[in-house]
Design a protein around this ligand. Structure first.
Ligand code: ADP
Ligand code: MG
Length: 398
């Protein structure tokens, strides 16, 4: 009886979350960095769901307003940002798939939101550490009824190629001499790329990337350090590659119901996207141009997929990029999506800020979303009441 009530309660909670819409867009404004504190901000008024941008004369002097599910100003803490993300994370333990993206131009705070600053403190932990921490915590709370296993993968997509970031033994390190020989003749063979399989066994989109079981935040931090190092290795060859590749931390959760033996699987992708800035036309040649084209292609493919989902379109164009192929099973259907769009407050970022916000609004299809919420708010209310009465019933039993 007791467990049934708990179970029922959890189902209703997820239904309430479902009715709120499966795609959410949060906007986060980075504060000025210490050495730029005297500059003027392009960000005017901010409230819970709206942000006003002050545009200079070049862009039609005046104000432009944008609406999102949530707007975090420059003083929002990592904890505050996470607290609005938490419900999504819990639903992974109930077998849902979740995608969380960080979008924005380089330097706008994507990595800060997802991982935190370079010098990590407990307070500055980003969404990915907090998410795992939460998963450990809740799975422990449920240990009487469920047995959970949590494992992570970390991959990078660069120029439409998928690479494992959790590997210690790439061919680069083991056979430096062979590598040089190969480099001369078979450059394409050297690239240690992986294939994407959709609907593969165990729900792994990249079955050949290392899948590492984790049980504590300490282990997670170690793994992330390995991932960061592997990303840095390639960064020296092509300066700051990290801003021109997508990195994806995937958390796989498998839970076995101890009473029935039924197994449920959920997974969560935490994606730090490549910088969305457009490169200067005069500057973009050769490799730089190729990178820029790949980034444009994959970010617009992602935008197309999410807006097709938001509009409940019958055709969802997953096949247009590696990124959307990778995330196919976790975008749409029962899956939940959250995009953090990041903007910088500086005046010289205004053009990127406006195009970032326009992209985000397109993704959110805000008008559609708002209409739906209104239509369904009665149901949400009803479900909330049911949750409340179940909670009361539970309290009586205890
Ligand atoms: P991106 O990953 O989008 O290129 P970063 O996350 O690296 O950007 O942020 C750029 C710089 O700004 C870093 O030094 C980072 O620590 C700092 N920063 C970003 N967001 C915040 C924030 N919300 N609060 C304080 N510092 C931030
Ligand atoms: Mg970054």
């Amino acid at each position: 009886g007791y467990h049934k009530v708990l179970e029922e309660n959890r189902k209703l909670y997820n239904q309430v979350q479902d009715l709120k819409g499966n795609i959410r867009v949060y906007c986060r404004v980075r504060p000025f960095l210490p050495r730029q504190s005297s500059s003027m901000s392009t960000v005017g008024h901010i409230d819970d769901g709206n942000i006003m941008i002050i545009t200079p004369s070049k862009y039609g002097k005046g104000h432009k307003s944008f609406s999102f599910n949530k707007v975090f100003g420059p003083f929002a803490t990592q904890e505050e940002v996470f607290s609005d993300t938490q419900p999504l994370i819990r639903s992974v333990l109930d077998g849902y798939n979740v995608c969380i993206f960080a979008y924005g131009q380089t330097g706008a705070g994507k990595t800060y939101t997802m991982s935190g600053p370079k010098e990590l403190t407990e307070e500055s932990f980003g969404v990915n550490y907090r998410a795992l921490n939460d998963l450990f915590h809740i799975s422990n709370q449920r240990k009487e009824t469920f047995c959970y296993e949590i494992a992570v993968q970390m991959i990078e997509i660069y120029n439409e190629q998928v690479r494992d970031l959790l590997t210690n033994d790439g061919p680069q390190k083991r056979y430096p001499f062979v590598k040089i020989l190969l480099l001369l003749f078979f450059i394409p063979l050297l690239v240690n790329t992986l294939d994407i399989h959709n609907s593969s066994q165990k729900g792994l989109a990249v079955p050949n990337a290392n899948l590492v079981p984790v049980t504590s935040t300490t282990e997670v931090i170690e793994l992330m350090n390995i991932g960061q190092k592997n990303r840095a290795v390639s960064a020296t060859a092509m300066n700051d590659r990290s801003s021109r590749s997508h990195s994806c931390l995937t958390i796989h959760v498998q839970g076995r119901d101890l009473a029935s033996g039924a197994v449920l699987r959920g997974c969560m992708h935490l994606v730090d996207l490549a910088g969305s800035e457009r490169v200067n036309k005069s500057e973009a040649k050769g490799d730089r141009l190729k990178e820029a084209q790949h980034i444009n292609k994959s970010l617009s493919a992602l935008g197309d997929v999410i807006s097709a989902l938001a509009q409940k379109s019958s055709h969802i164009p997953y096949r247009n990029s590696k990124l959307t192929q990778l995330l196919q099973d976790s975008l749409g259907g029962q899956a939940k999506t959250l995009m953090f769009v990041h903007i910088s407050p500086e005046a010289d970022a205004i053009s990127e800020t406006l195009s970032t916000l326009k992209f985000a609004e397109r993704v959110a299809s805000v008008e559609l979303g708002a209409a739906q919420v209104n239509k369904e708010s009665g149901e949400v209310k009803e479900l909330r009441q049911q949750v409340a009465s179940l909670k009361a019933a539970l309290a009586k039993k205890e």
